[in-house]
Design a protein around this ligand. Structure first.
Ligand code: SF4
Ligand code: SF4
Length: 423
């Protein structure tokens, strides 16, 4: 497995005191006008009154676009009150978050963002924001229709980061590409309807590497967290080499990390930080990552995400190494998705299945494992599910965690049977 030897990225802050640290500007320079002194005074009062937090901005790949290091993930809205959800988007914008991620399949998400953007567009020229959405259509005509529908709901004339969505395998990638989907993306970009062509995927690192070398995407959206960082190291290495923007979905393991603070205590590098702050800062510290996308459904999620950025200090490499080592110890009965077992003679994708089983262990509900299998990994759940396992035990011999994989596969098979019977 490739080790990350990258240094923490340089920190760019939006801060009215920036002129103080600029060697060419002195405190008494006439260029520093009265309004600057006033804004600096307000900042000072707020900061020391504990009401102001600092956002870090990073350049998205080679695009030159400056985005906030935490982004707004728009799939956790409580849709009972759409106006309050739109308020949440504006609160995040006011707190310095300027990257907003949605998709046509996230319930009312695009509509909620659209209501907020209608207001936010009034200040967009002074305070920019950037929008990401996606399509999983597989023909040029349908892609165009999907984009038009998104633009309408979002109240926008163009999308900043448009994603070739939900690439589950190289076959899917090649098929959609052969259907002309990426050519259509290029046409849409030429027409100014989208700005940057990006991809969103759940594939393992080596497959992502192949895809990124095949097409010049400008950015990638992928799942990566303190729970599974071994799984996509190759992808991050390639994305960094090719200078792509890298957006991380599920940085909190889909809510599992905050719900199990003791199990994930190994991500904390300081006694004063929460496990959420530790998990976000672990990602902020990686110079290959541009944005950690936090699912926001409540004002407290904004506060937590912004506080994590505000208190961020570069983490030394030796501490990062300790976190990586601690993953194995802390995950006694869990799969670390290291993929050492990924050589099944029957072609069974053991790491993905054991990752789904993790969700069952941590959340305690079969429905969580089923959701992970079906929606995240794209398994076809039918009566034949896992029937090809000949119980040879090869995967268990290779397992770094010494997991009872055969038993777990049987349990998963039972769960799927139960799930199908209940339909
Ligand atoms: S026990 Fe089943 S899953 Fe494991 S290697 Fe053998 S056939 Fe594959
Ligand atoms: S089952 Fe074991 S070997 Fe396979 S990915 Fe998980 S921890 Fe690694």
């Amino acid at each position: 497995m490739a080790e990350c030897t990258e240094k923490p990225p340089p920190v760019k802050l939006i801060n009215p005191f920036s002129w103080i640290t600029c060697p060419s500007v002195s405190l008494f320079d006439p260029a520093v006008n009265l309004s600057y002194y006033i804004s600096a005074a307000i900042w000072f009062v707020n900061f020391y009154g504990g009401q102001f937090e600092i956002m870090i901005y990073r350049t998205y790949g080679s695009t030159g676009v400056e985005v906030s290091a935490v982004g707004f993930g728009g799939m956790r809205f409580d849709e009972k009150d759409l106006d309050s959800c739109a308020e949440l988007v504006k609160t995040a914008y006011d707190a310095g978050i300027n990257y907003f991620d949605t998709a046509p399949g996230y319930g009312e998400s695009e509509k909620i963002f659209g209501a907020a953007f209608k207001q936010m567009k009034k200040t967009r020229s002074q305070k920019p924001f950037y929008v990401s959405t996606k399509t999983l259509k597989d023909s040029p005509g349908e892609v165009r229709k999907d984009l038009e529908a998104s633009l309408k709901k979002l109240n926008l004339d163009y999308i900043d980061f448009y994603h070739f969505w939900y690439v589950l395998s190289l076959d899917v990638y090649h098929q959609r590409k052969a259907n002309g989907v990426l050519k259509e993306f290029e046409k849409l970009r030429d027409e100014g309807l989208i700005k940057h062509i990006c991809v969103s995927t759940h594939m393992p690192g080596p497959d992502i590497d192949k895809m990124l070398r095949d097409y010049p995407f400008e950015g990638i959206l992928l799942g990566y967290s303190a729970m599974n960082f071994a799984y996509r190291q190759t992808a991050l290495e390639t994305a960094a080499k090719l200078k792509l923007g890298v957006v991380i979905m599920n940085p909190l393991g889909g809510g599992i990390i905050p719900q199990h603070p003791e199990k994930f205590a190994f991500v904390k590098t300081r006694p004063d930080e929460t496990v959420v702050e530790g998990a976000i800062r672990f990602l902020l510290n990686d110079s290959r990552i541009t944005i950690a996308l936090v699912g926001i459904g409540h004002p407290k999620h904004i506060k937590e995400a912004v506080a994590a950025v505000d208190g961020y200090k570069p983490i030394p490499q030796k501490t990062i190494k300790k976190i990586r080592a601690a993953l194995n110890e802390s995950f006694n009965e869990l799969c670390t998705v290291c993929q050492y077992c990924d050589d099944c003679p029957q072609g069974i994708d053991v790491p993905k299945l054991m990752d789904a089983y993790n969700h069952y262990v941590l959340m305690g509900k079969e429905a969580d494992a089923i959701f992970r299998l079906e929606m995240h990994w794209g398994f076809k759940l039918d009566d034949d599910f896992l029937k090809d396992c000949i119980e040879c035990g090869q995967c268990e011999k290779a397992c770094t965690q010494k997991l009872p994989i055969r038993q777990r596969l049987k349990t998963l098979r039972q769960m799927v049977k139960k799930h199908l019977a209940s339909k």
